[in-house]
Design a binder for this molecule. Structure first.
Ligand code: BGC
Length: 437
């Protein structure tokens, strides 16, 4: 098999981690109304059911850095798919809400672990000139998962009283697939080198970069690992020269969330309803949003290695700010519903082409080999933490500031993000991980 096809194939397997993440995000919106009725949940409790997954993610991510260094990236993916499988079966068969919550928390541990392990693994096996595209496969898997979730919800909604159980149990398919397919993917060469298994690292490198380049690549990896720096712990990272990179990683993660994507994505159906689209077309709109998300992630993949990460971030955050600005001033006016619909779709497209994939790509490539696992896990922990906080506070922000005020707030954050990308981000396209250091 051609090297590039081989790398593509194993990246796709690793990206199944992203699919689980997205699938869960898409499915829960369909499960919730039935779950609410089945267990007689109030609003607070159903909000809690959604967010307990994110709490699991934060905790899963907290440990995944150290574990990924100790046991390897591939074993973390095994663990994530196994935990996910157990969690969906547990959720689908739960007889009371306490059991349901416990399994959902377990699912969070799995999603959190996969959200670090998948992009980390892909960034470590991908050749420099295709790394952006390869790591973006993970984001493509996330948004495809969301869309698949919407579809399966639709088709399973009419399966009777246990419909929500079926919606959940479908997720066993991608987790089982990941568990099986992982047998066929190699370990990360950079991790193998870091634990002294150079021969094995060499074998993998020969398969992914070719026999001619493998020795040089291994020598560069070993050199980067042998730098006399602190230990590869958080303390070590904070004492090293790469400390500032950690702050950039954290800010990238936080901006991806506080620019409002999840709030807008889930609030969209309510907005659509309030501007006069019928509830019947709710499914059509969610699928429209999901499809735009997928389509524009593909567009990002076409440009990320050619044009670079920074131009995408600047264009994306700029367009997000503009569409939010227009939305803020039209939402309560008599402007046509189609203008409002367009603003929302443009905002989603702009996120999908920029902050969506590029955040994950950069977080996976800005850290030195030695600190990648710990750096990624701390940054991703902030991503999940802010995802949780936005979900928790969005309803209060909305009722406090009103729709116009809320969109202006998100617009201002997009503008701050734009300047952060402009001044703090250095281009990393076409650069070997060892040279990014
Ligand atoms: C973000 C998620 C978001 C998804 C949807 C991901 O990159 O981390 O929070 O729901 O994209 O596009």
């Amino acid at each position: 098999m051609k090297q590039s096809n081989y790398v593509l194939l194993i990246s796709m397997v690793a990206a199944c981690g992203g699919l689980l993440f997205g699938f869960d995000t898409g499915v829960i919106s369909g499960v919730l109304p039935f779950l609410k009725a089945h267990f007689a949940l109030n609003d607070l409790m159903s909000g809690w059911i959604v967010s307990i997954l994110t709490i699991g993610c934060v905790i899963g991510v907290m440990f995944s850095g150290n574990l990924a260094d100790k046991y390897g990236r591939k074993n973390m993916l095994y663990m994530a798919s196994f935990l996910f499988l157990v969690s969906v079966i547990g959720e689908a068969t739960a007889q009371n809400i306490i059991i349901f919550q416990c399994f959902r928390f377990l699912g969070g541990l799995a999603v959190g672990t996969a959200s670090v392990a998948s992009p980390m693994y892909i960034s470590e096996i991908a050749p420099a000139d295709k790394r952006g595209k390869m790591v973006s496969i993970n984001q493509l898997a996330i948004v495809t998962g969301i869309l698949l979730g919407f579809f399966t919800n639709y088709f399973l909604a009419k399966t009777g009283d246990n419909n929500w159980r079926w919606m959940l149990v479908v997720m066993a398919i991608p987790s089982l697939a990941l568990l099986i397919l992982l047998f066929f993917v190699p370990r990360s060469p950079r991790w193998l080198a870091s634990v002294g298994r150079s021969e094995k690292a060499m074998q993998v490198l020969q398969k992914i970069v070719g026999k001619d380049q493998a020795s040089q690549e291994l020598a560069e990896i070993q050199q980067s690992l042998s730098k006399k720096e602190e230990k590869s712990t958080l303390k070590g990272l904070l004492k090293s020269k790469s400390k500032s990179v950690l702050f950039i990683g954290i800010l990238l993660a936080v901006f991806q969330q506080i620019t409002g994507i999840n709030a807008i994505m889930y609030y969209a159906p309510i907005i659509f309803e309030s501007i006069g689209f019928s509830t019947d077309s709710a499914l059509f709109q969610t699928i429209l949003i999901g499809s735009i998300n997928v389509l524009f992630t593909v567009v990002a993949m076409l440009f990320i290695d050619k044009k670079g990460r920074k131009p995408l971030l600047l264009t994306g955050s700029g367009i997000m700010a503009i569409s939010l600005g227009i939305l803020a001033f039209t939402i309560n006016s008599s402007a046509g519903q189609y203008l409002i619909l367009t603003c929302i779709l443009v905002y989603i497209a702009a996120f999908a082409v920029s902050l969506g994939p590029v955040t994950w790509v950069l977080i996976a490539e800005i850290f030195p080999n030695k600190y990648r696992a710990i750096g990624m896990s701390v940054s991703t922990m902030f991503l999940w933490l802010f995802a949780f906080l936005i979900a928790l506070f969005f309803p209060s922000i909305l009722s406090g500031l009103g729709a116009t005020g809320t969109f202006i707030l998100f617009m201002l954050i997009c503008i701050v993000a734009f300047f952060f990308y402009l001044f703090a981000i250095k281009e990393t396209k076409n650069t070997k991980l060892e040279d990014v250091e």
